[in-house]
Design a protein around this ligand. Structure first.
Ligand SMILES: CC(C)(COP(=O)(O)OP(=O)(O)OC[C@H]1O[C@@H](n2cnc3c(N)ncnc32)[C@H](O)[C@@H]1OP(=O)(O)O)[C@@H](O)C(=O)NCCC(=O)NCCS
Length: 139
């Protein structure tokens, strides 16, 4: 996917928060170990550094949800991170994001922390981020 395609899907999926621009995606993808899994309907963006991976973002187009696309992208991303040497995958999720928390919980992620005021929605009060992790040694 191109940075422009990523930005378009990100903006459609994250309507309540600031969308990431094509330039921001292009900058992220310049870093070695950063990769995208998915297509124009759903993608996961993951960064690996040594033995740790981080899910930077994941998104499915609003009309394509509940078809297993994000789960498939996340699973494929975990496998690729593992092949690149990661043994753990971390992510952050807004504590009111029930669909994403359900996805991560069903995929084996567990909460290890909470960051108050981490997200700044376009409208409304700051939101805490939950920090989740999953061991990639058992997938
Ligand atoms: C979170 C998101 C990526 C899920 O994408 P998706 O393609 O619809 O997810 P999947 O179809 O792969 O769902 C896999 C599992 O996650 C859980 N899940 C996903 N969406 C859910 C919802 N709205 N309610 C409850 N559980 C949900 C379910 O366990 C689901 O399995 P099931 O359908 O067999 O019950 C999507 O809702 C999205 O793009 N949201 C906006 C962006 C966002 O919040 N990204 C995460 C930031 S941390």
């Amino acid at each position: 996917m191109t940075p422009s395609e990523l930005a378009t899907l990100h903006a459609a999926a994250f309507s309540a928060t600031r969308a990431w621009s094509a330039d921001e995606f292009a900058d992220l993808l310049k870093h070695p170990g950063t990769f995208v899994i998915g297509d124009a309907h759903s993608f996961a963006l993951i960064r690996t550094v040594l033995d740790e991976a981080e899910l930077l973002t994941i998104a499915t187009a609003p009309t394509m949800r509940r078809q297993g696309l994000a789960r498939a992208a996340l699973t494929a991303g975990e496998r690729r991170a593992q092949t690149e040497g990661a043994v753990t995958l971390f992510l952050e999720v807004a504590e009111d994001n029930d669909p994403a928390i359900a996805l991560y919980t069903a995929s084996g992620y567990r909460q290890i922390g909470r960051r108050p005021g981490y997200y700044l929605p376009k409208d409304g009060a700051p939101l805490a981020a939950l920090v989740l992790r999953k061991s990639l040694t058992v997938i």
